[in-house]
Design a protein around this ligand. Structure first.
Ligand SMILES: Nc1ncnc2c1ncn2[C@@H]1O[C@H](COP(=O)(O)OP(=O)(O)OP(=O)(O)O)[C@@H](O)[C@H]1O
Ligand SMILES: [Mg+2]
Length: 156
């Protein structure tokens, strides 16, 4: 799949985070986006992922203009994102976090939590993880260095 960003401009009030950005990624290519803190890398990726809507510019996949109104649309078009910043809800369980955004409901519109728990167990087994679907995310071990690096720049 070929990806093209044309003239993407994203502003936060008076701040221009992305100023007419052009980027073409041909099928099979791997690119690194380099820039100092605050350069606008995450903002550009969030535009591509449908989290932000750009004020100007367009996104094309295989030369077809896309209109993403949210991450669901981006995912449906084949775009995935590993976020720099922690995006889980700490007071929810693993299963509750996994079902967020595509909740299955059962009888009477109740959330089908058992289905989400089964899904977590399946995914864990497939990728060789040992994740308890009922653990609260805030209780899971995290690499503290990663959390610090997000907020305080590169580690020495
Ligand atoms: N939601 C927001 N509201 C207001 N300003 C924002 C928002 N998100 C980002 N910004 C600002 O936009 C600019 C670009 O930020 P962005 O997070 O895209 O930079 P980055 O290149 O990803 O930086 P880093 O290397 O620190 O991850 C910064 O000045 C930032 O403060
Ligand atoms: Mg960033």
């Amino acid at each position: 799949m070929k990806l093209e960003l044309r003239g993407i401009t994203k502003r936060f009030g008076a701040l221009v985070a992305n100023d007419h950005i052009n980027l073409t990624v041909e099928a099979g290519e791997i690119h690194a986006l380099l820039g100092e803190n605050g350069a606008g890398k995450s903002t550009l990726m969030n535009v591509l992922y449908g989290l932000y809507r750009a004020e100007e510019g367009e996104i094309l996949l295989d030369d077809v203009v896309q209109h993403f109104s949210g991450p669901g649309d981006a995912m449906a078009a084949g775009i995935g994102m590993v976020h720099q910043h922690f995006m889980l809800i700490p007071v929810f369980t693993v299963a509750e976090n996994v079902m967020l955004g595509h909740e299955e409901t059962g009888f009477g519109g109740h959330l089908d939590l058992p289905a989400a728990r089964r899904r977590v167990t399946e995914i864990s087994a497939r990728f060789g993880f040992d994740v308890d679907p009922d653990a609260l995310v805030e209780d899971l071990p995290r690499r503290r260095a990663t959390a610090r690096r997000d907020h305080q720049g590169p580690l020495p």
